[in-house]
Design a protein around this ligand. Structure first.
Ligand SMILES: [Ca+2]
Length: 123
């Protein structure tokens, strides 16, 4: 789906994958896990998913794998805009990934186990 305001194409993948496999899957089409680093993008992606009536959570391109407690986007940037759910991230070494909740557009700290995921590509 093309999100004109954000200059992005995004695609939802419903076959669950681990973080590494999801990254590989996105990169196969020169895409990457979605970077929701502005409120605009976060809202645009949320509205799109909501419009599909999908209520599943989706892995986004934000992790603290490299340094516990320091969340970094797939483009290497630190978090400036954030939309964590209450008391998130409830951070620990077992939770290094982040999922997006389409009903509220909020983020939950989550293990990097098999998840549905969102790839993005700029145009
Ligand atoms: Ca963590």
């Amino acid at each position: 789906m093309r999100l004109n305001r954000s200059n992005l194409c995004i695609k939802l993948f419903v076959k669950r994958k681990s973080l590494d496999d999801a990254r590989r899957s996105c990169s196969q089409t020169s895409a990457r896990l979605v970077v929701l680093d502005t409120e605009e993008k976060n809202t645009d992606v949320g509205e799109y998913i909501k419009g599909t009536k999908d209520t599943a959570t989706y892995l986004i391109g934000l992790t603290d794998v490299k340094e516990e407690g320091r969340f970094v986007w797939e483009n290497g940037k630190d978090v400036v805009f954030s939309n964590w759910y209450n008391s998130q991230p409830d951070d620990n070494t077992g939770k290094n990934c982040v999922v997006f909740f389409p009903t509220t557009y909020q983020w939950y700290n989550y293990p990097c186990t098999d998840q549905k995921y969102i790839c993005e590509k700029r145009f």
